[in-house]
Design a binder for this molecule. Sequence first.
Ligand SMILES: *[C@@H]1O[C@H](CO)[C@@H](O)[C@H](O)[C@H]1NC(C)=O
Ligand SMILES: *[C@@H]1O[C@H](CO)[C@@H](O)[C@H](O)[C@H]1NC(C)=O
Ligand SMILES: *[C@@H]1O[C@H](CO)[C@@H](O)[C@H](O)[C@H]1NC(C)=O
Ligand SMILES: *[C@@H]1O[C@H](CO)[C@@H](O)[C@H](O)[C@H]1NC(C)=O
Ligand SMILES: *[C@@H]1O[C@H](CO)[C@@H](O)[C@H](O)[C@H]1NC(C)=O
Ligand SMILES: *[C@@H]1O[C@H](CO)[C@@H](O)[C@H](O)[C@H]1NC(C)=O
Ligand SMILES: *[C@@H]1O[C@H](CO)[C@@H](O)[C@H](O)[C@H]1NC(C)=O
Ligand SMILES: *[C@@H]1O[C@H](CO)[C@@H](O)[C@H](O)[C@H]1NC(C)=O
Ligand SMILES: *[C@@H]1O[C@H](CO)[C@@H](O)[C@H](O)[C@H]1NC(C)=O
Ligand SMILES: *[C@@H]1O[C@H](CO)[C@@H](O)[C@H](O)[C@H]1NC(C)=O
Length: 454
Amino acid sequence: MSPFCLSIFLLTIFVALFTLFQIQSLHTTTSPSFSPLIHRWQKLTTCNQEIKSLSEKLKESVTFLPLKDLRYQDKALQGHTWFMSSMYDTQEEGGVQYQQFPSNSSNFRILCLKGNDTHDGSWNSYALAWPETLPSNATLMKGLTFVSYNHYNYDNIWHGLSAIVPFVAWHIRNGCENPNRWVLYHWGELRFQMGAWLRNLTGATFGGEEPNVERFEWANKNDPICFEKAVVMRHNEGGMSRERRIETYDLLRCKARVSCNVSLLQRVNEKGLPLIGMTLFMRTGPRSFKNESAVIGIFEKECAKVEGCKLMVAYSNNLTFCEQVKLMGMTDILVSPHGAQLTNMFLMDRNSSVMEFFPKGWLKLAGVGQFVYHWIASWSGMRHQGAWRDPTGDHCPFGEDDRRCMSFYKGGKIGFNETYFSEWARNVLTEVKTRKLEEVKNNSAASTSSCACG
Ligand SMILES: *[C@@H]1O[C@H](CO)[C@@H](O)[C@H](O)[C@H]1NC(C)=O
Ligand SMILES: *[C@@H]1O[C@H](CO)[C@@H](O)[C@H](O)[C@H]1NC(C)=O
Ligand SMILES: *[C@@H]1O[C@H](CO)[C@@H](O)[C@H](O)[C@H]1NC(C)=O
Ligand SMILES: *[C@@H]1O[C@H](CO)[C@@H](O)[C@H](O)[C@H]1NC(C)=O
Ligand SMILES: *[C@@H]1O[C@H](CO)[C@@H](O)[C@H](O)[C@H]1NC(C)=O
Ligand SMILES: *[C@@H]1O[C@H](CO)[C@@H](O)[C@H](O)[C@H]1NC(C)=O
Ligand SMILES: *[C@@H]1O[C@H](CO)[C@@H](O)[C@H](O)[C@H]1NC(C)=O
Ligand SMILES: *[C@@H]1O[C@H](CO)[C@@H](O)[C@H](O)[C@H]1NC(C)=O
Ligand SMILES: *[C@@H]1O[C@H](CO)[C@@H](O)[C@H](O)[C@H]1NC(C)=O
Ligand SMILES: *[C@@H]1O[C@H](CO)[C@@H](O)[C@H](O)[C@H]1NC(C)=O
């Protein structure tokens, strides 16, 4: 209420009391003070109308802008990005880049969204509004809403994980608050599904149930939907410090193990020697090993030479989420071709090892994306023990370094080099055994039984 309106209000109360007093005193004739009173009353009514008309104006001044801003098409992922491009992110030292509504930076306005287009994000739109003056026909959704921007998709486990990691980081630093719902976008287009693995991981992390992905089926196409509290992420883990990433993956691992009932105890044999799990995590189809039995044989042989070593062979395509969590909990050395299944590595104990395999041609032609499993190893506190790159493979008619060759190499299969694999396995096994012996001696192996968030 403005000072003017407030003074009118107080004056009115005073005048009302005074009038009552006058009536009580049986001054039934019109007192000289009565005509200014009418005057003030009229002024108050005008004031109310003024407020009403101002709030009408505020409601109507809520301006919706396209979620996908085509002006920034060539800088889709930089700075304010092309998604909600008029907004700037908040970032605390080493933390995630995020937007929160309402907040200081939004002038305590809340986020409203409009549209359910699944093909063109420039048809969906966003706006900020004060909770007291929401645009007309708006629906207010209570609780906390996570709004995710994903440049790729929510099915691939690597891209899906990248999208939820920043929310987990926010959750840790904000009293472990769980979302009531998720709104998923890809290029500003709505998405209604997470892949099964991601659904399970998200459910395990934020309260045990499957994440509630909003579909807006109930809403009229042109009506705004506003959110009591919303957190928006569009930069994945970009800008996070190593410690904050490790803290985030620690929570994901811990929550996944708790929800899958995986024991968190240190693993030693009857003699008190550490058990070493070596897992061959196989693919079928593209980037699988040409001769699996030969590869299995090589690692089996080296594993058998180390006391406490146990070799496991698994296929990523037919394990449930909890089977993967369990398997990774028993794995100290993950041996696997380049591919999304390697994303599971963060589910191993910290400091575990990864050995990666590529088909021919990838180093020169596959671009920077081929190093994602080096990155996630570093972010989640694992040791990437290097990669083997097959020197032989499919023939490309354009010459080995031609970019067109990637289509020949992309789905290539992976051979083996017995000498190289044996020596590599031996070295990694020795290193892991030394570390685990020391951990047993120090009694320092990761064996926490409760997670950072409840
Ligand atoms: C909001 O901003 C004001 C001044 O800019 C500052 O004093 C206050 O601490 C901020 N509040 C929060 C919650 O950040
Ligand atoms: C609000 O909804 C009513 C009824 O559906 C409709 O007639 C009206 O045009 C809507 N107002 C706005 C601003 O969309
Ligand atoms: C994992 O997802 C599948 C498929 O959505 C579901 O049936 C299963 O209950 C989930 N498991 C957990 C532990 O959430
Ligand atoms: C989008 O909104 C329209 C109109 O309300 C509705 O008929 C349709 O089912 C919605 N589409 C999706 C994908 O939810
Ligand atoms: C974990 O154990 C609890 C209680 O023993 C049980 O209710 C739950 O179904 C188990 N979950 C899984 C994924 O096995
Ligand atoms: C796979 O490798 C083993 C051992 O080197 C060899 O005996 C076998 O013939 C190979 N299998 C195929 C299909 O090439
Ligand atoms: C899993 O898939 C692999 C490869 O397709 C197959 O060899 C194996 O038998 C399957 N395992 C189960 C338990 O279905
Ligand atoms: C991982 O290794 C480093 C260096 O050896 C050690 O300081 C750290 O405690 C280990 N972390 C865990 C969780 O074992
Ligand atoms: C296999 O690896 C060994 C050891 O790194 C190397 O000397 C040899 O040239 C490799 N053989 C082939 C066929 O690439
Ligand atoms: C074990 O303790 C020693 C001495 O405190 C330390 O130097 C070493 O890094 C520790 N090793 C592990 C694996 O925690």
